[in-house]
Design a protein around this ligand. Structure first.
Ligand code: FES
Length: 105
């Protein structure tokens, strides 16, 4: 599966991810700058905040209740905000595009 991360200067990072891994894991393993993943994917740190591209929001889905609570504390919260560790890569997300916020902290 292919994922694309786009930073604030429109730099694109295209990575290949395995089905079942999280978008955060794919970013960290491929050294995408701007995704920290400090808690290892436990939905406890919010340093994996991304803005899902609007065209992908339906497939990525909304945050869970716990995820939404954590998102309340991030900088630049948007309707498209998700925690990348809570998005699991599957066939329907092949080609997913997410945008990186200015800062995670
Ligand atoms: Fe900590 Fe996603 S890695 S909340």
């Amino acid at each position: 599966m292919q994922l694309t991360f786009i930073d604030r200067s429109e730099q694109r990072y295209v990575v290949v991810a395995d089905r079942g891994m999280s978008v955060m894991q794919a970013a960290v393993e491929n050294l995408v700058p701007g995704i920290l993943g400090d808690c290892g994917g436990a939905c406890a740190c919010a340093t994996c905040h991304v803005h899902v591209d609007p065209e992908w929001m339906d497939l990525a889905g909304p945050p869970s209740e716990i995820e939404a609570q954590l998102l309340d504390g991030v900088l630049d919260l948007r309707p498209t905000s998700r925690l990348a560790c809570q998005i699991v890569v599957n066939d329907s997300l092949d080609g997913l595009v997410v945008h990186l916020p200015e800062s995670q902290i």
